[in-house]
Design a protein around this ligand. Sequence first.
Ligand code: AMP
Length: 398
Amino acid sequence: MNILVINCGSSSLKYQLINMTNEEVLAQGIVERIGIDGSILTQKVEGRDKYIIETPMESHKIAVKLVLDALVDNKNGVINSMDEIAAVGHRIVHGGERYAKSVLVDDEVVKYIEECIKLAPLHNPAHIIGINACKELMPNTKMAVVFDTAFHQTMPEHAYLYALPYELYKEHNIRKYGFHGTSHKYVSAKVAEVMGKDIKDLKIVTCHLGNGASITAVKDGISVETSMGFTPLEGVAMGTRSGNIDPAIVTYLMKEANYSLDEVNEILNKKSGVLGISGVSSDFRDIEAAASNGNHRAQLALDIFHYRVKQHVASYAASMGGVDVVVFTAGVGENSPETREEVCKGLEFMGINIDPAKNKVRGKLTEISSDSSKVKIYIVPTNEELMIAKDTLALISK
Ligand code: AMP
C-alpha cells in the first residue's frame, strides 16, 4: 500500500511516495518556483537518473498534477496508475490548540487550518492550497493532515503559558505551541526502540538541529517542554533566526532606531542567527569551514549556537527531573561531530560523556556516548515523511 506525503510551501512542494509494506521510498521529489519564472520539478528514484521537468507552473494545482504525472510516467514513473496511491498525508505547520493528533481531512479540519493562518501566515495558506489541489485531482483518495504542533500539545500549562496578561492567551491565543513535533516524536520513539526500552520509562532530550533548530524534553513518551514558541522564532539561535532575545530590543529598534515593523521582522527571521553573527552564511558547512580558516565571527557564531543548545539540554533535565538520553537529529545534529561534541562539552557533571571516536560519524543511527556515560547519547536520523505516512496509514485503516 502506497502513501503520498506532501509538504506544500508558499512556492515549493516536496513529496515522497512510500510503500508502507516495507517502508521503501519509491520516489521523492521537489517542485520549486511555483507561480514564478523558472518552475522546475525534480524527481529522484533510487538507482535512476534524476527526472527533471521544466515548465511554467502557475499554481499548486498544476504542480500537484505534474507530480502525479511524474509518478505514473511510462518511463520515469514508479506506479502504473493513481489508483496505486492509497492516501495522501499532508504536513501542516500549525494546528493551533485543537489538534493534538493527526486527523483525516474534512471541511471542518480545513476550516480550522484556515483559522490558524493568523498563527502561521507563511505556511498554512500554502498547505490549504495543496489540500484543495489534491482534492480536485484525486477526489476519491483519502487525505490526512499531520501537524508540526500536535506532539507539543501535551505540555503543561506552566510550560506553555508566557508570563503575559492571561487575557492575551484567552483573547489572542498567545502561548507556546512548539514546532518540529513530527521529528521530535519520531526520534524519541526510535531511540526508545533501539535501546529496547519502553518510552514511558525514559527522560529524553531531543535536539533537532537543522537550518531551523528546536530542543524538546520528552518524558513518559510525551512532550513536556520545547524551545520554539508562539512561532518558530523562539529558542536557540538558528540559521537565520535570532532565537531568544530580550523582547525590548524590538520596541527599541522601532522607537529609537526607526526600523519599521517589516524591517524588524526581516532582521529577526532572515538576517540573524549564525548568518547574522558570522556574516558568512546560514549554512553550517560554510561556517565551520570559515571558522577552521581562522574567521573569528564564524567561530563566534558556532560558539553562540553550541552554548545555547547546551543551555537548553541542561535546563530540560531540570524540566524532567533528570535525563536518560540525549538525541541529535536533522542536518546539523546528524552530520556535525563538532556540534555534538561542543554541545556535550561541559555537561559531564550531569553524566553526559560523549565518545570522540564514536562521534566521528555522519547521518547514521549510532550511540555516541562513552561506555561510562550515565546518560546515553544517540544520533537518530529524522524521518518526518515516514512519520506522516505512518499516521496517514493508521487513520485510513481505522
Ligand atoms: P536541515 O534544515 O535539517 O535540512 O539542515 C540543514 C543544515 O544542515 C544546513 O545548515 C547544513 O549546513 C547542515 N549540514 C548538512 N550537512 C552537514 C555537515 N556535514 N556538517 C555540518 N553541517 C551540515
